[in-house]
Design a protein around this ligand. Sequence first.
Ligand SMILES: NC(=O)c1ccc[n+]([C@@H]2O[C@H](COP(=O)([O-])OP(=O)(O)OC[C@H]3O[C@@H](n4cnc5c(N)ncnc54)[C@H](O)[C@@H]3O)[C@@H](O)[C@H]2O)c1
Length: 342
Amino acid sequence: MHLIGEHVVVSDQALNYLRNYLESKNYSAIFVLVDENTAKYCLPHLGDLEMHLIQIESGETNKNLDTCTRIWDALFRAKADRHSVLINLGGGVIGDMGGFCAATYKRGIDCIQAPTSLLAMVDASVGGKNGIDYRDYKNFIGLYVEPAMVFIQPKLLDTLPERQFMAGYAEMLKHGLISDAAYWSELKEVNKRRLKLQIEKSVELKHSIVGEDPHEKGKRKWLNFGHTIGHAIESYCLENGRDFLHGEAVAAGMYMEAIISAKTGLTHEDILQVRETITKLYPKAPVQANEAPEIWSFVLGDKKNKSGQVNCTLLTSIGQAIYDIRIHFPEFQEALNIYLSS
Ligand SMILES: NC(=O)c1ccc[n+]([C@@H]2O[C@H](COP(=O)([O-])OP(=O)(O)OC[C@H]3O[C@@H](n4cnc5c(N)ncnc54)[C@H](O)[C@@H]3O)[C@@H](O)[C@H]2O)c1
């Protein structure tokens, strides 16, 4: 077992440790939130457990208030009290939304993250951010609340579709790009035999950044690299019914933000490295150059902005990020053009 900080367990026995943990806590009731895929593939790994199951439909389009109402209703109907616990057994959608519902139900019940997608393991389950989308804006309503525990069982990834796997891998690439050049170099070639170690490495990096700045006043903003443009592309695709995953949008966003990072000192060679890796591993975003103004309107709605200015995290070199750098529409348009033509 690998314990990161005081409450993140990484182990191929993690769900056994979760059961032991539940026994030791004596919760009044145990609720498990799943979607149809994690119900099928991951729930059996939880073993026998006296629990209430709450199942929702998978997908980012369901990460909204209507689904929250269904989750709160399920807790309410089963008479969940403040000594109940909600276990989020799923990807980032389940984790973010379950975390939000748990933190707000009766002003907060315990929540345990049991991430089942790579993205949720290396990113969404760690750091206490949770929430839902609102009117096509990503993660617009939410709060910071740490889960009681996080149990990461990498073996659960055996059933994760490859496309979803690569989407999560984008966040690992980000960890290398913002804070560890050697890790980035290792990740440029996917090597699943090293995956468990890499999950631990990514969780450690994220955990340490978040530990220094839990409420994103400074260094935690590094983790937003790729997300200013990435979220805008994701939201635009969501609004227009185009199929593009969060992690894929982040990969596209990292490439474009790397291009813009020329102004903060990222060298041409380093931009080429980012380009080569991302174009090799990821599909192109389903957007056109002439849609730049509409995508930019989502960038303008980004919750990290202040007084209408777009603040972005950029790179100064591979392994080193800088936050709160103002970017403008012409830079975005140019980066989008280069991205689409490469
Ligand atoms: N809170 C944070 O800090 C944070 C960080 C990054 C991303 N996020 C959020 O995470 C979400 C994306 O997470 P995601 O990529 O995990 O999406 P997701 O939750 O939609 O999961 C992806 C798909 O994989 C399926 N799945 C999950 N685990 C599986 C398994 N083991 N076997 C088979 N199928 C499985 C799910 O049912 C779903 O269809 C976004 O909403 C994003 O905003 C949050």
